[in-house]
Design a protein around this ligand. Structure first.
Ligand code: AMP
Ligand code: FE
Ligand code: FE
Ligand code: ZN
Length: 274
């Protein structure tokens, strides 16, 4: 099938602004014909996204984005085609979501101490995975900052006064969990790690299935061809997507802003019979 692919999208089940239904509609309008939902640390949105994708005539691949940490760097790892009833996977994801809630509370308390009465509803387990963007959007809504970006830059970004670290999985654990749940493990946006040597070491030592080459963080053609070269050299699958969250002021602002032709990720799609 022709058209565009978007294999990295966030919904309201984690820190995205839009619902699965809105995403399917936007994808359809943008000429995207295959989508993967990759919410942070949760599978909760997958059944609903599958249903709405089919209503809009889109091919669908279930995904998840694990937040891991390695040598003090944030390393995100994408899992595609995972079994959604795998006990170990579900248990570890629930642990991570609990840690996310605890950390959200700590950040809110810190903001209160700084005189900002930020009000963020913290949902019960089983609803959605919370993240700093929820706080940032509440700060915008309450007038403490003008944009989500400003909230990160002034208060909640790493090293800023209200920042709190989070207990995270490690890359070896995430890759292992994805594999034992029958999925493909893809190194998400390697350029965003901010240390190519570290990313290369991970790619050399862990049994990844692929690399997310076409991502806004590797917008620069030189960066893109660098990671494409690494993928080819290591015989890894190539994926790509917008990492759309729907935050105004942060690229991509629209789902259509980062089109990836299906041909560019065809070996990956073939693994799903597409
Ligand atoms: P968390 O998962 O709570 O650590 O928050 C990380 C999420 O915040 C990422 O997945 C992005 O969605 C978002 N994010 C990170 N840095 C920024 C930034 N500088 N501006 C806006 N959003 C950001
Ligand atoms: Fe996010
Ligand atoms: Fe990510
Ligand atoms: Zn993402």
């Amino acid at each position: 099938m022709r058209g565009m692919a978007d294999l990295h999208i966030h919904s309201t089940y984690s820190d995205g602004v839009y619902t699965t239904g809105e995403l399917a509609k936007m994808a359809r309008a943008a000429g995207i014909t295959v989508i993967a939902l990759t919410d942070h640390d949760t599978l909760l949105g997958l059944p609903e996204m599958k249903k709405t994708a089919s209503e809009f005539g889109l091919d669908f691949i279930p995904g998840v984005e694990f937040s891991t940490r390695w040598e003090n760097r944030q390393v995100h790892i994408l899992g595609y085609g995972i079994g959604q009833h795998n006990a170990l996977l579900l248990e570890r994801l629930a642990d991570v979501r609990n840690a996310r809630r605890t950390r959200l509370q700590k950040i809110i308390t810190r903001l209160h101490e700084m005189g900002m009465d930020v009000d963020v509803p913290v949902p019960e387990e089983g609803h959605r995975a919370v993240g700093r963007p929820h706080i940032a959007r509440a700060m915008v809504a309450q007038g403490y900052v003008k944009t989500v970006q400003e909230a990160f830059d002034l208060y909640i970004g790493e090293g800023k006064p209200a920042y709190q670290p989070q207990t995270k999985m490690t890359p070896p654990e995430a890759v292992h969990i994805i594999h034992q749940a029958g999925g493909l493990a893809i190194q998400a946006h390697p350029e965003e790690i901010g240390d190519r040597e570290l990313a290369l070491n991970l790619l050399r030592t862990l049994p990844y299935d692929g690399i997310e080459v076409y991502h806004p963080s590797a917008k620069d053609p030189a960066a893109q061809s660098y990671w494409l070269h690494v993928a080819t050299e290591r015989n890894l699958l190539v994926t790509g997507g917008s990492d759309f969250h729907g935050n105004p002021g942060r690229f991509p602002e629209k789902l259509e802003d980062w089109p990836v032709p299906r041909e560019k990720v065809q070996d990956f799609l073939r693994r799903f019979g597409l």
